[in-house]
Design a protein around this ligand. Structure first.
Ligand code: NAD
Length: 352
């Protein structure tokens, strides 16, 4: 039995990872540590809340005492650090909390894990590992050609990606300085069930279904490399089990599409299958995001060659599954889009 400390396990990817691991293995125990910010939602985890191998702890990754207590009371084998402030727009209006959680929180986790796992000078309990879940945004923006490899220089632009880059550098520093056992995964844009509707795909699905304007930043030609969330979970599982210590692995499915094409795909599916009144007339171009990166594209050859990972879900299949999931989870959407979300939504998009 291996014990995983999953941080941010009530968020989009974290909750998918918890469900994936408990669905796949009988011999894993998961402690989910999450602060439950606006993005954390225990409704994502109702199907495992009484699972004998699952436990939820509400805490902040920056809280030294709470994190150290968890290590003292449990023999934790792996840390999988998803916990983060994750939305670029929010980082532009409030960078400080991104430094707090993404940088200081990660260092706090590293320090607690190091103290708990250390058995001698630069040696640690056999088999332990700290996995930092990072993003392709640390590499900056690409031109029309080329891909990010693990050796592409780090060149973040937004406060979000700068905070994730700083965290990656601290993880690297722990490996270089203390020989601490780590891996970093850098994944492209995820989509799938349980994604908070401030992110492109669930925002557009929700707005289309509700006959609201579909806000398109600038010309909508920003290119992102989309990966179905379960394929990301599979990659993380493989890196924890077989990733070579100290290595970075890029994760992406060569699935690049401009944002406006994603929006048109969603409209088309809903028009054909759900509501013939929706259409491209609902798209409304709004002022572009400040410093908006034009193109991200991942080269996933290393994780494919070294660990045998490959994406199982094509975009065509994944986007249909995702839209259908939101259609069959209307109550989930209603719950997350009430209250605080409304105020945020009005501030970000109303009047633009
Ligand atoms: P999310 O915003 O949906 O979830 C973040 C979770 O972290 C929430 O449950 C939140 O409550 C929790 N959290 C925030 N601050 C915390 C704190 N101080 N202490 C404890 N918990 C805290 O994010 P996501 O989209 O699921 O992303 C998860 C991770 O994956 C992030 O580190 C992100 O940088 C990375 N990532 C995301 C994508 C993507 O497309 N969404 C792509 C690549 C990498």
């Amino acid at each position: 039995m291996k014990t995983y400390l999953v941080t941010g396990g009530a968020g989009f990817i974290g909750s998918n990872f918890v469900l994936y691991m408990l669905g796949k293995y009988d011999d894993v125990k998961i402690i989910n540590l999450d602060k439950l910010t606006y993005a954390g939602n225990l409704e994502n985890l109702t199907e495992v809340e009484n699972h004998p191998n699952y436990r939820f702890v509400q805490a902040d990754i920056c809280d030294k005492e709470a994190v150290e207590k968890l290590f003292a009371e449990n023999e934790i084998d792996y840390v999988v650090n998803f916990a983060a402030e994750s939305h670029v727009d929010r980082s532009i209006s409030n960078p400080e909390i991104f430094v707090q959680t993404n940088v200081l929180g990660t260092v706090n986790l590293l320090s607690a894990a190091k103290n708990a796992w250390q058995v001698g000078d630069d040696t640690y309990r056999e088999g332990c590992k700290f996995l930092q879940v990072s993003t392709d945004e640390v590499y900056g923006s690409l031109g029309e050609t080329g891909f990010f490899t693990e050796t592409t220089p780090l060149d973040p632009h937004s406060p979000y990606s700068s905070s994730k880059t700083s965290a990656d550098l601290f993880v690297k520093a722990y490996a270089d300085t203390y020989k601490f056992p780590v891996n970093i995964t850098r994944c492209s844009n995820n989509y799938g069930p349980y994604q908070f509707p401030e992110k492109l795909i669930p925002l557009m699905i929700n707005n289309t279904l509700q006959h609201k304007d579909l806000p398109i930043y600038g010309d909508g030609m920003q290119i992102r490399d989309w990966l179905y969330v379960e394929d990301h979970c599979k990659a993380i599982d493989m890196v924890i089990r077989d990733g070579k210590l100290g290595e970075v692995y890029n994760v992406g499915g060569h699935n690049e599409r401009p944002n406006v094409v994603i929006v048109k795909t969603i409209i088309e599916y809903i028009k054909e299958n759900v509501d013939s009144a929706v259409g491209e007339h609902m798209m409304k171009h709004v002022e572009d995001r400040k410093g908006h990166d034009r193109r991200y594209g991942i080269d996933p050859e290393k994780i494919k060659n070294d660990l045998g990972w490959y994406p199982e879900t094509t975009f065509e299949v994944g986007i249909k599954k995702t839209i259908q999931w939101y259609l069959s989870h209307k109550e989930w959407m209603e719950n997350v889009t009430s209250g605080a979300y409304q105020a945020y939504y009005e501030k970000m998009y109303a009047g633009k």
